[in-house]
Design a protein around this ligand. Structure first.
Ligand SMILES: *Cc1c(COP(=O)(O)O)cnc(C)c1O
Length: 401
C-alpha cells in the first residue's frame, strides 16, 4: 500500500457490488438491468464497479456525462452503454463511433446527433426522453408528438435508430406519493404516441433504485439502478440497505494521527464549538471536508474508534477532525472507521447522511480524490476469504451484452 493509503482509504468491496447487482436483478426479474456508474461510480470507481456489475449480470452501464461513458470504453468495456446529460456541441460523433446510446430530449439534440451520424456514416443509437413530471430533462408531452415524428424521419433515413424511450421519477423514494401514478400514466401515454409515430424501441424504462425495489409496475424492459448497486438505501423512509438485502460496498477508514491527554476546559478545533468537559483523551482523525467528510456533521458525525461509536468533537476542518475518547485509550495509528457495511459495529453512510442532514448518495459521491480507493473482494456468497487486490488496475475486460 502506498504512503497515502496509510493515512486513510476508501475500501471498496467488489463482491458487495456483485451481490447488490444480483439482488436488484432479482427485484426486477423480467427487466434488463442498467448499473449506473456516473460520477465515478458514486465515488466507488466507475471502471472497477462497472466491471463487477457486468460480472454479476448487468446488461447495461449508464453515465450522466459522455466523458464518463468514453472512460468506460477506453478501459475496455464493450457492452451496452448509455449516457444522458448533453449540452449543445456534443461530443456526439465520438459517442456514435463508440456505440454509446445517447439520450435526446429535444429537437436541437436530435439535429446535432443526426448530423454527427451522417458525418461519420454510422447510425446513432438514440433514446428519446420524455418529461413525465420531474421537470428536469426530457421532452414536454406537448412537444412529444413532434419529437417522435422527427426521430422516426431520421430513422427512416438511416441516421438514427431509436433504441429506447425513457423517463425519470421525481418521488419514487416516497411510496404512495401521488406523483408516482401520474408519472406512470404519462409514460404510458408517451409510449403510445411513440408507437403511433412508428417507433419500436428495444427498451422502455422509468425506474431508478427506489422504483426497482418497490414498484414492479414501473419496471418495463429495463431498470436503472445506481445507489442500490453500491449497497445504500435511497432513503430512510423506504428502509435500510439491510431491508433490501443490499450491502454497502465502501468502508471509509483512517489511521489516528495523534492521541493525547488534555486537561478539562480545553477548546477543540476552530471556533471552540467543543470544550473538554474534564481531563480526557483526544484522538485526531486525518480526514476533513476536503476529503468529503461533511462539515455539516461537525458535532454530530459518528466514528468507530477504540471499539466504540464516538461523535465528532467540534468542527470538521479541511483535513482533520477530533474525537473525544473520554477515559478510553488508543494509540496513534489505530483505526478510525467513519462508515462501512455496519457489521463490525461501525456506522454506515446512511448514519452520516442523517448526521449531516443529507442523503447517502452525497456522502459516498463526495469522498475526495485525495482518498485512495482500495479494492477488495470479500467473496460474499461463496465464503472466500477477503483478498486485497492491487490498486490502480483499471483494466476493464468488457461486458457480455
Ligand atoms: C442517477 C440516475 C439514476 C440512478 O438513480 P438511483 O436513485 O441512484 O438508482 C437513474 N436514472 C437517471 C436518469 C439518473 O440520473
Amino acid at each position: 500500500m502506498n504512503e497515502t493509503a496509510k493515512r486513510a482509504r476508501a475500501v471498496v468491496d467488489l463482491a458487495a457490488v456483485r451481490s447488490n447487482v444480483q439482488a436488484l436483478r432479482a427485484c426486477a426479474p423480467r427487466a434488463e438491468l442498467m448499473a449506473v456508474v456516473k460520477s465515478d461510480g458514486y465515488g466507488h470507481g466507475a471502471v472497477r464497479c462497472g466491471r463487477a456489475a457486468r460480472e454479476a449480470g448487468a446488461d447495461w452501464l449508464g453515465t450522466a456525462l459522455p466523458e464518463e461513458a468514453f472512460a468506460l470504453r477506453a478501459a475496455g468495456d464493450t457492452g451496452r452503454l448509455m449516457c444522458w446529460l448533453w449540452t449543445p456541441g456534443g461530443p456526439w460523433r465520438e459517442a456514435v463511433e463508440q456505440d454509446i446510446d445517447v439520450s435526446v430530449s429535444g429537437l436541437w439534440a436530435l439535429r446535432e446527433v443526426t448530423a454527427a451520424a451522417r458525418a461519420c456514416g454510422r447510425t446513432a443509437r438514440v433514446q428519446l426522453k420524455v418529461d413525465t413530471g420531474l421537470g428536469r430533462n426530457g421532452c414536454q408531452p406537448a412537444d412529444w408528438p413532434e419529437l417522435t415524428a422527427a426521430a422516426r424521419a431520421a430513422e427512416a433515413e438511416g441516421a438514427v435508430s431509436v433504441t429506447g424511450v425513457w423517463s425519470h421519477f421525481a418521488c419514487a423514494d416516497e411510496p404512495g406519493h401521488p406523483s408516482i401514478a401520474v408519472q406512470l400514466a404519462a409514460f404510458q401515454d408517451a409510449l403510445k404516441t411513440a408507437e403511433a409515430a412508428g417507433l419500436r424501441p428495444e427498451v422502455r424504462h422509468l425506474s431508478n433504485t427506489p422504483a426497482t425495489l418497490t414498484l414492479p409496475e414501473a419496471h418495463f424492459d429495463l431498470v436503472r439502478a445506481g445507489i442500490g448497486v453500491y449497497g445504500i438505501s435511497p432513503s430512510p423512509e423506504l428502509g435500510t440497505s439491510r431491508d433490501f438485502g443490499l450491502r454497502p460496498a465502501m468502508t471509509l477508514e483512517a489511521a489516528l494521527a495523534s492521541v493525547k491527554r488534555v486537561p478539562g476546559g480545553h477548546g477543540v478545533s476552530y471556533g471552540y464549538a467543543y470544550t473538554t468537559p474534564g481531563e480526557t483523551t483526544l484522538a485526531l482523525v486525518p480526514l476533513g471536508y476536503a476529503d468529503g467528510v461533511p462539515r455539516h456533521a461537525s458535532g454530530t458525525g459518528p466514528v468507530l474508534v477504540a471499539g466504540k461509536w464516538r461523535t465528532v468533537a467540534g468542527r470538521i476542518a479541511m483535513d482533520q477532525f477530533v474525537v473525544d475518547l473520554g477515559g478510553d485509550s488508543a494509540a496513534a495509528g489505530d483505526p478510525a472507521v467513519l462508515f462501512g457495511p455496519g457489521d463490525r459495529g461501525e456506522p454506515t453512510a446512511e448514519d452520516w447522511a442523517r448526521a449531516a442532514g443529507t442523503i447517502g448518495y452525497e456522502i459516498v459521491t463526495r469522498i475526495g480524490t485525495r482518498v485512495p480507493r482500495v479494492y477488495v473482494d470479500s467473496g460474499i456468497g461463496n465464503g472466500a476469504a477477503e483478498a486485497e487486490e492491487a490498486e490502480g488496475d483499471t483494466a476493464l475486460t468488457g461486458g457480455t451484452a
